[in-house]
Design a protein around this ligand. Structure first.
Ligand code: GTR
Length: 322
C-alpha cells in the first residue's frame, strides 16, 4: 500500500518514518510503444505505482541504449529494470547461454514448460547472484532467417550470406556451421545495414521483423525456427534488495500479471505481423527439412559443453522435458 494512502487513512499527524521502499526506477525497453512487450511493461509500471511506493518510468524504443549495454547497466544497478532477451545475456551470465543453443527447445510450449518450472528457478538463482533478478518470463516466439537475396530452403542457401546476429559467440558459431558469415550488431543498426548491403540478412520472430520494417529491405523470410529464446522482465538485484518483503511481493505479482498480458498479446501479434509482412510483399516460405539445419548444430553443442561442462546437466534437464 502506498505510504501516502496509509497516512491519509490513519490521519496520523506525528512524524512517521518515510517508507524505506520509496524508489524512482527507470525501465529499458528496445521495442516501440504498442508492441506486446511495451504494453506489458506499461501495465507493470501502472500496477506497481498503484500498489507500492515504487515509481517506474518506462523508456520505449531503445532510447536508453543498446541491449548489451543495458544488461550491464542493470547488473550494475545504473538502471533498475529491463525487458531482456536472454540471447545477449550469455556473455555476462554464462548459464543463460543454454537457451541460446539452436533447437534446444522443440517448440514454444517446451520453452514455457522449462522456464515456468525448475529450469526457470535455476536460471533465477544464477541471474540473481550476478546482479539481475528475473521477475517473470516473457515470450519471444521463435526466430527464423530473413534476407534480401533468396528464400532459404536448406543449409546450402545460407552459404556466403552475411547475417546479423545478436551479441553472443554461440550465434556466430551457429552461422559459421551453416557456411554464412555472422556479424554481431545492435538491433537498432540492422535496418540501415540491410539497406546499404553491409549485411544480407538477419534472424528474428515475425513481430520484430515487422515492427522494425526489416521486411522492406530483406523480403525473404524462411521459417527455420532455429532459436526459441525466452525473455525476462528483470530488475537490478541491488534495487530489489532495497524493497521490503511486502513491496517485493507486490512487484512480483505485477510482473507475473504483465507476463500474462505479454504472452496473450504476443500470440495475437505473431499472426498479425506475419499477415502484415506478406500483405506488404514479403515472401514467407516453409522449410520442410529443419532437421538438416539441426544436424549442422552438433559442433555448436560439442564446443559449448566442452567449454562449459557444468552446464551439461541444465541442457539435459531441458531436453528431458521435451
Ligand atoms: C527481439 C527481442 C529483442 C532483441 C531483438 C534483437 O526479438 O525481443 O530483445 O533481442 O530481437 O534481435 O536484437
Amino acid at each position: 500500500m502506498k505510504f501516502t494512502k496509509i497516512l491519509a487513512a490513519t490521519a496520523v499527524a506525528i512524524a512517521l518514518p518515510v517508507a524505506a521502499t520509496a524508489q524512482d526506477w527507470r525501465a529499458w525497453n528496445i521495442h516501440p510503444e504498442g508492441y506486446p512487450n511495451s504494453v506489458a511493461l506499461d501495465q507493470f509500471a501502472a500496477d506497481v505505482a498503484e500498489t507500492t511506493d515504487v515509481s517506474i518510468q518506462v523508456f520505449h524504443g531503445g532510447v536508453l541504449g543498446s541491449q548489451p549495454d543495458a544488461i550491464e547497466q542493470v547488473r550494475n544497478a545504473a538502471l533498475e529494470v529491463g525487458n531482456f532477451n536472454l540471447g545477449p545475456m550469455g556473455p555476462i551470465i554464462p548459464m543463460t547461454n543454454v537457451v541460446s543453443l539452436p533447437f534446444i527447445f522443440s517448440n514454444v510450449d517446451h520453452m514455457h514448460a522449462a522456464m515456468d518450472g525448475e529450469v526457470g528457478k535455476t536460471f533465477e538463482e544464477a541471474m540473481t547472484a550476478e546482479g539481475i533478478v528475473p521477475l517473470a518470463w516473457y515470450d519471444s516466439g521463435s526466430r527464423s532467417f530473413y534476407n534480401s537475396k533468396r528464400p532459404i530452403m536448406s543449409p546450402a542457401d545460407v552459404e556466403g550470406l552475411k547475417v546479423r546476429v545478436m551479441n553472443n559467440d554461440i550465434f556466430v558459431d551457429m552461422i559459421a556451421q551453416l557456411g554464412g558469415n555472422a556479424t554481431p550488431m545492435a538491433f537498432g543498426e540492422v535496418y540501415q545495414s540491410l539497406q546499404t548491403g553491409v549485411i544480407d540478412g538477419a534472424e528474428n520472430n515475425y513481430p520484430s521483423y515487422e515492427s522494425t520494417g526489416h521486411y522492406e529491405v530483406a523480403g525473404f523470410y524462411s521459417i527455420t525456427e532455429h532459436l526459441i529464446i525466452p525473455e525476462c522482465l528483470c530488475v537490478a538485484t541491488a534495487a530489489w534488495e532495497q524493497l521490503d518483503a511486502e513491496t517485493q511481493e507486490a512487484v512480483r505479482t505485477a510482473a507475473r500479471a504483465s507476463a500474462e498480458t505479454q504472452r496473450q498479446f504476443w500470440a495475437e501479434r505473431e499472426q498479425e505481423s506475419r499477415a502484415a509482412v506478406e500483405a506488404a510483399g514479403a515472401t514467407v516460405n516453409e522449410v520442410e527439412n529443419k532437421v538438416a539445419f539441426q544436424e549442422r548444430m552438433a559442433p555448436v553443442y560439442e564446443g559449448f559443453v566442452a567449454a562449459n561442462p557444468d552446464l551439461a546437466p541444465v541442457i539435459e534437464a531441458i531436453q528431458a522435458l521435451n
